[in-house]
Design a protein around this ligand. Structure first.
Ligand code: CU
Length: 150
């Protein structure tokens, strides 16, 4: 009997580990783009609440041709971007911030400008086959949420 209870518990625990709530997505946003610019960047905070390492492998949006994971860093006094084709690793319990001058989603081939105050749907893809839908809030080009002081 004791053995049986133990097995039942394991089944429950395994089932819970695939719950998509393990990755918490917060503060997802992008900048408004000027006319004629066909690329933008997506920013957000990702928190791996689970007990296993997860990998963000990419994202898709039906309003852009492609989305890559990029990292900006200063090299010899100049900001350089590089793609992270292996994806972005999220250790168990880790919080990773995608923010200007650092990690970001490079969104290429926009089908039109991103307008301040709008939201755009984006689907994040993870290495275990999981996908997560999120919404990017489109903020003013300077990155503020559009609260102007007059
Ligand atoms: Cu980039």
């Amino acid at each position: 009997m004791r053995q049986w209870l133990h097995i039942a518990f394991l089944v429950l625990a395994t089932g819970a580990s695939t719950a998509s709530a393990e990755i918490r997505i917060e503060n997802a946003w992008s900048r408004a783009t000027p006319p004629g610019v066909d690329r933008g960047a997506g920013y957000m905070t990702l928190h791996n609440q689970g007990e296993q390492t997860r990998t963000l492998t990419g994202a898709v949006a039906d309003w852009a041709e492609s989305v890559e994971i990029h990292e900006s860093r200063e090299v010899d006094g100049q900001m350089r971007m590089r793609a992270l084709p292996e994806g972005l690793t999220l250790e168990a319990g880790e919080t990773v911030e995608l923010a200007p001058m650092g990690l970001h989603l490079m969104i290429m081939g926009l089908n039109g400008p991103l307008s301040e105050g709008n939201t755009r749907a984006l689907t994040l893809e993870f290495g275990n086959g999981e996908t997560r839908d999120t919404q990017l809030d489109i903020r003013a080009p300077d990155g503020t949420a559009g609260q102007h002081s007059h």
